[in-house]
Design a binder for this molecule. Sequence first.
Ligand SMILES: C[S@@+](CC[C@H](N)C(=O)[O-])C[C@H]1O[C@@H](n2cnc3c(N)ncnc32)[C@H](O)[C@@H]1O
Length: 370
Amino acid sequence: MKEVLTNPSAGYYMSKDVFGEKGDFITSPEISQMFGELIAIWLINEWTKCGKPTPFQIVELGPGRGTLMSDVLRVFSKFKMAESDFSVSLVEVSPYLSQIQEKCLCKTQNEKISELPIDSLHYKESKSLYGSPVRWYNHISDLPRTFTLFLAHEFFDALPIHKLVKVDQGWREVLIDLNREDSTLRYVLSRERTPASLYCRENEVRKDLEISPQSSVMIQVMASRIHQDGGIGLVIDYGHEGDKTDTLRGFKNHKLHDPLVKPGTADLTADVDFSALKWAATHPRSVEDWKANLTFGTVDQKDFLTRMGINMRLEKLLASCRNEKLANDLKSAHRMLTDPMEMGSKFKFLALYPVVMEKILLKYPPPGFS
Ligand SMILES: C[S@@+](CC[C@H](N)C(=O)[O-])C[C@H]1O[C@@H](n2cnc3c(N)ncnc32)[C@H](O)[C@@H]1O
């Protein structure tokens, strides 16, 4: 899955724009500005609750076309956040998508790539339309150490999973093999236990499951930064609470696609196991992180957006809309984002806070979560 999505020469994300009507799938920020605007309000509210610490950075993991960050920065500028000392850090493994993000957020092209010192941890830098520094990183561990607002929308579902099946002898991993007769790919079961099976929980009742050690490592780095440097995390994705089994699938031209056919030409994705993410985020990796973080959620996208005021925002946008087609598009975007039969229930929101905020959160719980 990792090779298929992010191999430097043939990976799915590495050399094309895969989003939107002309691509293979559409994401919530691409559907409507309302999505990113409400997330921006949530971030400003929670940052204010922390005492408006500066300097700070806003980090997005896997920013796609940069649309979500662009909507967030526009709202930040309306709230005069540009006057605060903050920077934008993007964790993006695809050089091609980083160019689209740069165009979207900074209106520059390959700014300051050649001038970077050899030991620089970011691979590119520019300035947003509102004047904040924007830097691109390959890995979450490379991010600067400072108070951080983390955003991850449809990021964890793109991280590789291992598929495990319980047979009489114990856990066996589903591996991918080459069919010698016709050179197609096929699934096979490992003869012995593989290292991935060590990640199965003792009390696991499912006989068929997917685990993502890379997702656990990523969220632990996020949790550790939040604990050590201060910050808040918001993770949004489709997923479950540790009860689903077989969810790996491919998408091409907005249709389901067999993951083993023409790998690299279609998106691969698996539902996020939020119970595993929460476990990893609250079980520290090292002694410095000995105090666990706090998690809130998951809550359904429909509930989060409704509690954050999407109905009011729709009314406001409709009131200033003079064009009937645009008004209909707005209504249909609102329905897609919130209808339980569309994205309203499938997508979940999870928030992460440092344990030092426990008392404040008891008094002022995170908006959108209850
Ligand atoms: C499904 S897209 C989501 C894009 C965007 N967040 C949105 O919702 O429109 C996944 C994004 O994560 C990036 N990505 C995938 N694997 C990554 C990894 N291991 N490290 C950093 N970025 C990665 C992809 O290049 C892409 O930008």
